[in-house]
Ligand binder design. Structure first.
Ligand SMILES: Nc1ncnc2c1ncn2[C@@H]1O[C@H](COP(=O)(O)OP(=O)(O)OP(=O)(O)O)[C@@H](O)[C@H]1O
Length: 268
């Protein structure tokens, strides 16, 4: 993955929004899972979304990544409306996400998992594959380069041939992150990346996300219950409760805000 095209300063407040939602609303029958949500994420920023269980965080992720359609409201990515696009189109536009738990191809090798994701960005047609066209060879070289670089970044080069399902849990989570990155996103959405990790693994993960952001200039949205990770990693945090945004600010402001302490941290 080239850094040349990703030269935007991390979190620059002068740049145009990369992601902008407005009035985003989604109900399941009579339950309003997300109401009138609005967020702006600029290139290179790391933004956290927190809230108690059931407050609408996954619904927000699903709406932005094309797994759900909003009832109303808009999602703009790089200035374009994407709320009616399919999940596959959204990946190609440059938004990648991970899921709670892992969704690896467990029977495939580590490298094959990354290659499969990289191919989403460098597809080849049936004809290319049958005839072995120069386009196919170029795409294959590109996919190999991306796979090699990303496995090196997370220290999995030596395990490229191992079945993904045989990796220790922490490595599986790292592989998920790499697989999302292999689609060459400009926005990476991480859904509870530290779930199931101990304190040392969580610190390593924070370090990795920060390195990824700096190296590729990618913006990151993190949903996470681990407050240390959120407070240390994010520049800005949006707090949801019952599908509504109750506060948005810098980590110190979020920690100090009485309403957030009451609703989220359980004490005023
Ligand atoms: N597909 C669905 N069908 C019906 N209700 C749903 C569906 N998805 C989410 N909900 C409901 O919408 C509300 C918001 O759920 P959501 O998963 O977005 O919350 P969350 O903040 O991600 O929670 P958690 O931290 O537990 O993952 C919850 O009350 C949930 O039960």
């Amino acid at each position: 993955m080239s850094e040349a095209a990703r030269s935007q300063a991390p979190g620059s407040m002068d740049s145009a929004p990369l992601l902008e939602t407005s009035g985003l609303t989604k109900s399941f029958r009579s339950l309003v899972a997300l109401r009138d949500q609005a967020i702006v994420v600029r290139p290179g920023e790391i933004v956290g979304v927190i809230g108690p269980n059931g407050s609408g965080k996954s619904t927000f992720f699903n709406l932005v990544s094309g797994f759900l359609r909003p009832d109303s409201g808009s999602v703009r990515f790089d200035g374009q409306p994407i709320e009616r696009r399919s999940a596959a189109e959204i990946v190609r536009l440059g938004i990648a996400r991970t899921f709670q738990g892992t969704r690896l191809f467990k029977a495939l090798s580590v490298a094959e998992n990354v290659r499969a994701a990289a191919q989403l960005r460098h597809p080849s047609s049936m004809l290319d594959a049958l005839v072995g066209t120069p386009r196919l060879r170029r795409a294959a070289r590109r996919v190999d380069a991306i796979t090699g670089e990303l496995l090196g970044l997370v220290g999995l080069t030596g395990r490229a041939g191992v079945r993904a399902g045989d990796l220790p849990y922490g490595d599986q989570r790292r592989l998920e992150l790499v697989r999302a990155l292999a689609t060459q996103p400009r926005l990476l959405m991480l859904d509870e990346p530290a779930a199931g990790m101990d304190a040392a693994e969580t610190r390593e993960l924070m370090d990795l996300v920060d390195r990824i952001r700096r190296r590729f200039g990618v913006a990151v949205i993190v949903v996470e219950h681990d407050m240390d990770l959120i407070m240390n990693l994010c520049e800005r945090i949006q707090v949801l409760a019952h599908g509504q945004t109750i506060f948005e600010g810098a980590p110190a402001e979020v920690q100090a805000h009485p309403k957030v302490r009451e609703v989220y941290l359980g004490h005023a």
